[in-house]
Ligand binder design. Structure first.
Ligand SMILES: *Cc1c(COP(=O)(O)O)cnc(C)c1O
Length: 426
């Protein structure tokens, strides 16, 4: 029995399922999860001392890799001055400014401790601002685990076959209308049926929680048009894409201006920090200026803010996104070639430093096509990759992340390992 196995047994006695977030339990791929003892650069080491090239990256935040010296040093210095004050601190302004500078649609920003809080706050703001109660979300998009958004939420909920969670009152869920990603007709129908009732559309402009799914060229632009037409707000959940698709996130890439944007993951540099931002007029609805309440004991925590600032400095150097794009393209092309060479039925979705290899399907563009993929094949592939020292997200419906700490050699080794595994699966 490995040390990870022993730890997992012990953990299950005290923690539900042995984990503090469901997908970590590897239920979708079988076997016991690895316990990680440390990480450095693009590598993590498990409790038994075995090393892996890591493509989980803490599920997205670690764009600079593990334990980046500049981030570690800054956190150490901040740590010595105290961990939390529950009072404003100067560095919060620095991070807020950096966010406002980088993200085109954000004029003001409120820091939270998790992406869940950011999206929850965005909805409350949208409802407060529009005085309407319904929201539209897309099947397979995940926006954290608040009641209103835990409807058809992808990833963990998908593989655990919990389309909805128990404990979410029907009355809440009924305010959430679920539309099809990359499909305008269902969205338009909701607006036609209730032209003055819908407060907002919330969408992952690049969907990362049903595996990676890219928006069709007109999809997001038409959401912008429809929301404007009906006086609803457009919320971009850029918790994954923010600062990963470029400094300005997906909205910069696709040249669109949402009313509100949720950030998380990269912006917190691996610490618990997220943000919601947008038009000044809407953001000023938040207490203490306005009447939409939102708060947090550890919001804008000095250590987290420090990690965020340093991460943004690291990625705000020339060539960052060119490099991430190059590595991502190299990975996707390598995997596609391996698929071809081994005669595997599979496809690769990729943009920048994000990618997913879907088994058993030719193309994936929404939740329905994602759900057709062969999760058993993915599980075998995942285990084969683990044996070869490559740590992928433990589910078909997740996105793998490349960091600045990965090298061309790492990507080539990963592709070679993938080819070996695909061949062994034939
Ligand atoms: C991870 C994620 C969230 C939730 O963030 P947490 O910090 O886990 O609460 C929200 N939206 C998207 C798109 C995410 O990927």
């Amino acid at each position: 029995m490995s040390t990870s196995d022993k730890l997992f047994l012990e953990a299950q006695q005290y923690i539900p399922g042995g984990v503090n977030s469901p997908v970590r339990a590897w239920r979708a791929v079988g076997g016991n999860p690895l316990f990680i003892q440390r990480g450095r650069g693009c590598r993590v080491m498990d409790a038994d001392g075995k090393e892996y090239v890591d493509y989980v990256g803490s599920w997205g935040p670690l764009i600079a890799g593990h334990a980046h010296p500049q981030i570690v040093k800054a956190i150490e210095e901040s740590l010595k001055r105290g961990t939390s004050f529950g009072a404003p601190t100067p560095k919060e302004i620095e991070l807020a400014k950096a966010i406002v500078d980088a993200v085109p649609s954000i004029e003001k920003v409120r820091l939270t401790s998790s992406g869940t809080e950011a999206t929850m706050t965005a909805l409350r703001l949208a409802r407060g601002y529009t005085q309407r109660s319904k929201i539209i979300k897309f099947d397979g998009c995940y926006h954290g685990h608040s009641d209103a958004l835990l409807v058809r939420a992808g990833s963990g909920a998908l593989t655990l076959s919990l389309p909805d969670s128990h404990g979410v009152p029907e009355a809440f869920a009924s305010q959430t209308l679920v539309a099809k990603y990359n499909d305008l007709t269902s969205v338009a129908a909701y607006f036609e049926a209730d032209p003055n009732g819908i407060a907002a559309i919330i969408v992952e402009p690049i969907a990362g929680n049903m595996g990676l799914v890219l928006p069709k060229p007109e999809f997001l632009a038409e959401l912008r048009q429809l929301t404007q037409q009906y006086g609803a707000l457009l919320i971009f959940d850029e918790v994954i894409s923010g600062f990963r698709m470029g400094r300005g996130g997906a909205q910069e890439l696709y040249k669109l201006t949402p009313d509100l944007t949720c950030l998380g993951k990269v912006v917190g540099g691996g610490m618990p920090l997220a943000a919601v931002g947008g038009k000044r007029e809407i953001m000023d609805q938040l207490a203490p200026v306005g009447s939409v309440y939102q708060a947090g004991t550890l919001s804008g925590n000095p250590l987290a803010v420090t990690a965020g600032i340093e991460t943004l400095k690291i990625i705000n150097t020339p060539g960052t996104y060119e490099r991430l794009n190059e590595l991502g393209t190299m990975m996707a092309e390598g995997l596609r070639q391996a698929i071809k060479d081994t005669g595997t039925l599979a496809c690769v979705n990729q943009i920048g430093s994000m990618f997913t290899l879907f088994f058993g399907v030719h193309a994936v563009h929404d939740r329905t096509t994602a759900a057709r993929s062969d999760t058993k094949a993915f599980a075998r592939y995942f285990q084969g990759m683990i044996e070869r020292g490559v740590y992928l997200p433990p589910s078909q419906f997740e996105t793998a992340f490349i960091s600045l700490a990965h090298s061309e050699a790492d990507v080539q080794e990963t592709v070679a390992a993938a080819k070996e595994v695909l061949r062994s699966m034939r």
